[in-house]
Design a protein. Structure first.
Length: 251
């Protein structure tokens, strides 16, 4: 893991001399979608953002991986049916569903309230941990003078229900299927080589987006952000530095 640096805008510590620029080009990456390629001539030395971010030959590093929102609690209400389903078969047999209970199936309530409704001890109902963790990270290449800020979470829902004894175990279990989502910001300081993003679905007005060199982060349009996220998600198993950084942060 890299040493934490002062700010995202100052993550580059070595001057760029162009020595590696011609090693990461359009020729080394996947073919450009036909619809996008037809709309504009692409220089063979151009860096394609989605392809570069998933190129394991590039020395990518993770900076500033942090948690922005974290919920791990057993206090959130659940629909009655979730509480009833968590009961053992023995308890269910002793307390079969009645019209009164069926009428409450979708009513949100606590485990204690569900126990009172059924007429059993609250200790017989297993309360899940409600887990929702949201964070961000910056992946960057010193050689390319390129950084991309991404956002991650364990679930797209309000929370994910995990049945474990300890909250720490619930958090780890929740991140077995973590995902990237939302906005994508790019910081590019290399004015020697063109950088573009390609909307592979061809749904935007600008299917090929030129990303100019700048000292500030640039927000990608939504369609381009979706392309980046989809590509990284598809190749995530070959990009272990993302998961390693996230698991280190949440544990």
């Amino acid at each position: 893991m890299p040493t934490k640096l002062s700010s995202d805008a100052d993550i580059y510590t070595e001057p760029y001399d162009g020595a590696v620029a011609d090693t990461v080009t359009n020729n080394d990456m996947m073919d450009v979608p036909a619809a996008a390629a037809d709309s504009k001539k692409i220089d063979p030395n151009t860096i394609i953002l989605a392809q570069a971010l998933t190129d394991t030959a590039i020395s990518w590093r993770i900076h500033n991986c942090k948690v922005s929102k974290k919920t791990v609690t057993q206090d959130k209400p659940l629909p009655f049916l979730y509480h009833y389903d968590s009961l053992s078969d023995v308890v269910k047999e002793a307390n079969p569903l009645t019209p009164k209970l069926l009428a409450q199936f979708n009513t949100p309530m606590s485990a204690d309230e569900a126990a009172k409704l059924i007429g059993i001890d609250a200790s017989l109902i297993t309360s899940p941990w409600h887990v929702k963790v949201v964070g961000s990270l910056v992946v960057f290449s010193e050689a390319l003078q390129l950084a991309t800020r991404l956002h991650w979470t364990n679930t797209a829902k309000d929370t994910q229900q995990i049945y474990t004894q300890k909250s720490e175990d619930a958090t780890v279990a929740a991140f077995k299927d973590w995902q990237f989502f939302g906005r994508v910001d790019v910081l590019y300081k290399n004015d020697k080589q063109a950088l573009i993003s390609i909307d592979e679905q061809g749904e935007s007005e600008e299917p090929i987006l030129n990303i100019d060199a700048s000292s500030d982060y640039q927000l990608l349009p939504a369609t381009h952000a979706l392309t980046i996220i989809a590509k990284i998600e598809a190749d995530k198993e070959q990009l272990p530095w993302f998961e390693a950084a996230i698991l280190e942060r949440i544990e």
